[in-house]
Write a new protein. Structure first.
Lengths: 305, 233
């Protein structure tokens, strides 16, 4: 990205360097003024007192509120991923089926659950669970909501991953007499998994963030909600939310970093080079997913044509 | 299935979805403007601006939207006393709260969504051939001119479809405003489920249909726009 961005401007000469310096200084002053303004507001509202921040040095605050909350968040995220992955794989493969009776329902399911907000799915799952089993379970509601939504998104990732395997692979597999099931399990899926892995890991970031939705209406005590209880106990709402935000940033940035690492590693290894990347902003759009899939022309096949 | 709650005057389905549309509309405009500014910062020749843009994006999009929206209300408004609406004496205080929470939610959505707009536009900048920027520099355009006249117009045309996805995601994300009591579709569904617990499947289908009606045309429209405006190369 950075090597391309530099195309936008020349290597600065003396005049441009001076201009850049002036802009840097002005922008820096503006930023510093903003920080100063925020800090002075915080100070005037007594938010910077050590009493507000010291609860984070107490082990009890962590063991009673924050760590159980974090555990609940990770639990919901991990369980959702474990259930959503196979469902996503099945739906993704079903959408590629040559039987219309399998392809169409899978397509409808995927498109339906992708266009509905996760909170709505959670609310429905909460009520459904209660109606069927007679007990209310916020955890089940959160997991079902996340599985329905992310299963559909992962279905698109899987589909895009399989489509990204060069067509020559399919042709070669069929030519040596493999049947459809063998083609999928021996040839296409193993190759698709490596291209899909980074997209799956970045979907994890979305799932971790979306667990926080469970704290709003269905009453799942995840990190944000647990922290809220802690904040009302210690009377330090602002510091608590800042710490919670930092925890989320650390978790999600390490997930993103590992996704980028995987992407680099898989790309530089032999046979890589075709990446499926569906970022969370674009995940809703089939068009975007399709655009990102590059089916690389296979030498010797496309040339003959 | 019993859909009788639709004609019950207690539940304003159209009104709730109208609020969803309004939240989406104002947030979309704000996010686009802030997103373009952030993208411009991230590719600018000034290192401090690049770093600020990068830092802002990485912080904002790694925090759950729920946390941002609740912080807007509980921390920014309640604790720090920031007011986004005026409170008039003698007027129903609920009207002030409704206005205030609506605006706080919009600001929260803008802060969060603009980072996705920024990243989409940045990837659009990458699709513009290097020769375009080089030619623009060769005829003596400054950085702002290269970006504003030559590169950004092509970049934005290239990312219309992804921006449509961001808009769809934003439409669905407005349900998070239920966390601070903005009476949009998710709050309505919650109320309906509490009062009409036996009809929860019908309630779910109505709300789901509402979101499909909102998001489906958006996707189709942006798909068509993307095709029409694609830069022929």
């Amino acid at each position: 990205m950075s090597d391309r961005a530099s195309v936008l401007y020349d290597i600065p000469g003396p005049k441009a360097k001076r201009l850049n310096l002036i802009i840097s200084v002005l922008f820096g002053i503006a930023l510093a003024a903003l920080v100063w303004w925020v800090l002075s507001i915080l100070a005037s509202k007594d938010q910077l007192e050590s009493a507000k921040w010291s609860p984070f040095l107490e082990g009890q605050n962590w063991t009673t509120y924050l760590l159980p909350g974090l555990w609940a968040t990770l639990q919901a995220a991990v369980v959702s991923v474990i259930i959503a992955l196979p469902i996503g794989a099945l739906l993704g493969i079903a959408r590629l089926s040559e039987h219309a009776w399998l392809r169409w329902p899978a397509g409808v399911v995927v498109e339906f659950f992708r266009s509905i907000p996760v909170i709505i799915l959670m609310l429905f799952a909460f009520q459904l669970w209660f109606a069927v089993l007679g007990v209310s379970s916020p955890f089940a509601a959160v997991v079902i909501g996340l599985v329905l939504y992310n299963g559909s998104v992962l279905a698109e990732v899987v589909r895009a991953g399989i489509l990204a395997v060069p067509r020559g692979q399919t042709e070669a597999a069929l030519a040596i007499g493999l049947n459809k099931a063998q083609l999928m399990t021996i040839v296409l899926l193993p190759q698709a998994v490596t291209t899909m892995l980074p997209a799956v890991v970045s979907q994890l970031v979305v799932i971790v963030k979306d667990t926080a939705l469970g704290g709003i209406l269905v009453g799942y005590v995840e990190l944000r909600r647990a922290a809220n209880t802690s904040a009302s106990f210690y009377g330090n709402l602002l510091p608590t939310y800042v710490v919670v935000a930092l925890i989320y940033i650390v978790i999600n940035m390490s997930l993103s970093t590992s996704s980028q690492y995987l992407e680099r590693r898989l790309r530089t290894r032999g046979g890589g080079g075709r990446m499926v990347k569906i970022d969370d902003a674009a995940q809703n759009d089939l068009m975007a997913a399709r655009q990102r899939v590059e089916v690389v022309g296979v030498p010797g096949v496309d040339e003959v044509r | 299935m019993d859909f009788s709650f639709l004609s019950d005057p207690r539940y304003d389905v159209i009104g709730a979805f109208w609020l969803t549309v309004q939240l989406t509309f104002w947030s979309a405009i704000g996010s686009f403007i802030l997103g373009v500014l952030l993208a411009a910062m991230r590719v600018s020749p000034v290192p401090l601006m690049r770093r600020f843009g990068g830092g802002f994006v990485n912080v904002m999009r790694n925090i759950p939207l729920t946390l941002i929206i609740i912080m807007m209300s509980q921390v920014i408004a309640n604790q720090l006393g920031v007011r986004l609406a005026t409170r008039e004496a003698g007027v129903n205080p609920q009207a002030f709260l409704d206005n205030q929470n609506f605006r706080l939610a919009v600001v929260g959505f803008i802060l969060y969504t603009s980072t996705f707009v920024c990243e989409a536009i940045r990837s659009g900048i990458n699709t513009v051939p290097a020769g375009q920027a080089e030619a623009a520099r060769a005829i003596g355009l400054t950085f702002t001119q290269v970006l504003g006249i030559v590169v950004l117009p092509q970049a934005i045309r290239a990312v219309i479809a992804p921006l449509g996805s961001v808009l769809i995601a934003l439409t669905k994300n407005t349900t998070v405003a239920s966390a601070i009591g903005v009476a949009e579709a998710a709050v309505l569904m919650n109320t309906l489920i509490e009062n009409e617990a036996d009809k929860f499947t019908a309630v779910f289908l109505v709300i789901a249909a509402g979101f499909i009606i909102l998001t489906l045309p958006t996707g189709l429209l942006f798909g068509a726009l993307a095709e029409r405006n694609a830069v022929k190369r």
